[in-house]
Design a protein around this ligand. Sequence first.
Ligand SMILES: C[S@@+](CC[C@H](N)C(=O)[O-])C[C@H]1O[C@@H](n2cnc3c(N)ncnc32)[C@H](O)[C@@H]1O
Length: 223
Amino acid sequence: MAAKSKVEVKGFEARHYDTLLNVVSLGWYARFIKKAIADLGIRPGERILDLGSGTGRNDELMAKYLQGKGQILGLDIGEEMLEQAYERAAKNPLLKFEKRRIDEPLPYKGEFDRVFICFVLHGFEHPVRKQIVENASRALKPGGVFNIIDYAEFDLEDTSWPFRIFFTKGECELASEFIQHDWKQELREFGFVRFDEKFYLGNKIRLLSAWKKANDQTSEEEQ
Ligand SMILES: C[S@@+](CC[C@H](N)C(=O)[O-])C[C@H]1O[C@@H](n2cnc3c(N)ncnc32)[C@H](O)[C@@H]1O
């Protein structure tokens, strides 16, 4: 992975990842992620794949909507992040985590109702992002949904100075490049045909939902 990526989390930051996010954001992140996961519209019994699942915090939140049925499989490579996720899985039979790279071809084909990725995609070089999107598309059942929670497409010059400082100093260079892509157009190349967007923190964070073409869907039904 390129050195300019900050998507691999290690050491103190990894061991205290959830707490640090809550504290640094003065509690905003905890409220935001709860709301964004409620906005996913998860149905009981879904099979969900989480790419770059971190500590499993999001998976624990998503599991509440499964009503005791279905499964969430989280993939990550960070040892310290996975340790916390394994602890969560030990307490919740709907959760499963594996140490596996998401930036290489994955073995799943048409198995999942939903693929989820949260603040991970921006941290890769663009050709690698395409591999990840391809993994998501292949893993989904026809008609399944890909949820991307990440930075939206916005003009950094139009944002407030505190946000500009956080984004340019605190985030990796790749994030500035990520926000310049037309993500709906990128996703169309991988068989996604319908989209929905929800915005948070003004227009700076987006939940982009993209549906993979269903087997019986005609081109007139695509948007
Ligand atoms: C910024 S954290 C986000 C974690 C989680 N999605 C969340 O929202 O709390 C990025 C995560 O991606 C994982 N990661 C980075 N590169 C990866 C790769 N190539 N394959 C799998 N996971 C990766 C890191 O270990 C880390 O847990």
